[in-house]
Write a protein that binds this ligand. Structure first.
Ligand SMILES: C[S@@+](CC[C@H](N)C(=O)[O-])C[C@H]1O[C@@H](n2cnc3c(N)ncnc32)[C@H](O)[C@@H]1O
Length: 227
């Protein structure tokens, strides 16, 4: 008799924990997206739409992206990149997983966004301070806490002069010990949100709000401006 198919959510968790157990903190993303493209797993964060807090930011800020460039970090299946490209930005969206990049291209065949494979921890040199808008949603928190400072630094380093950075992340209290978190994900403290700022990349707004689907989960929406 055929074995019953494994629950795709369980498969996702197993893929993550095997990779992390082998001290390969980013390898599981490709394994997960590749399994998802075969129907053997689900990508738990694939919302089929832009993140509601990014949509909210766009509605409040009404940015005009014409003549401007945007970089979408850890773009996954591309829904946030599509929102930003639709605002007129010349949009580059990257992910460490080639299968995620393929899925994004497949989901959005008429896209104006460029989907590319790249590693936030070693980004292409010509991206340095090159973008008018950088959007980071849930990538830093998907990395173990010891990698987060380097990832946070690289996110900020891609914002060009006069540019804006938007960060959306799950929140955790500052007094919650790092080793009390069983990630992924490893949500960000206020101190981590503040650490995206540098003397010339100023934190101009930070909002914490409960998730509409689970009010016990809080999220950050933060905006920074480069001088
Ligand atoms: C939790 S998912 C969030 C995806 C998307 N931003 C969203 O909110 O739906 C984290 C994403 O970051 C990507 N990622 C993880 N580490 C990365 C790295 N070092 N460089 C680029 N992408 C990375 C993963 O492949 C995954 O698509």
């Amino acid at each position: 008799m055929a074995e019953p198919a494994e629950d795709p959510d369980v498969v996702a968790r197993r893929i993550a924990s095997e990779s992390l157990g082998q001290h390969d903190p980013t390898g599981w993303f490709e394994r997960l997206y590749s399994a998802a493209s075969d129907g053997a797993a689900v990508v738990p964060w694939d919302r089929g739409a832009a993140h509601p807090l990014l949509t909210e930011w766009a509605e409040e800020s009404q940015p005009d992206g014409s003549g401007k460039s945007a970089l979408i970090v850890g773009a996954g299946t591309g829904w946030d990149a599509e929102l930003i490209a639709d605002l007129g930005y010349d949009t580059t969206a990257f992910d460490i997983s080639p299968s995620a990049v393929e899925a994004a291209r497949r989901n959005h065949p008429d896209s104006q966004a460029k989907y590319v494979t790249a590693d936030l921890l070693a980004p292409p040199a010509d991206w340095h301070r090159a973008f008018d808008l950088v959007v980071e949603i849930y990538t830093v928190q998907a990395l173990p806490i010891e990698l987060q400072p380097a990832a946070i630094k690289q996110v900020g380093e891609q914002v060009g002069p006069g540019g804006t950075l938007v960060v959306i992340a799950a929140a955790r209290p500052d007094d919650q010990a790092d080793d009390a978190i069983e990630g992924p994900p490893w949500p960000l403290t206020r101190a981590a949100i503040e650490s995206f700022a540098t003397p010339d990349l100023r934190l101009i707004q930070v909002i914490q709000s409960p998730s509409p689907t689970d009010p016990t989960i809080h999220r950050w929406r933060a905006e920074y401006l480069r001088d």
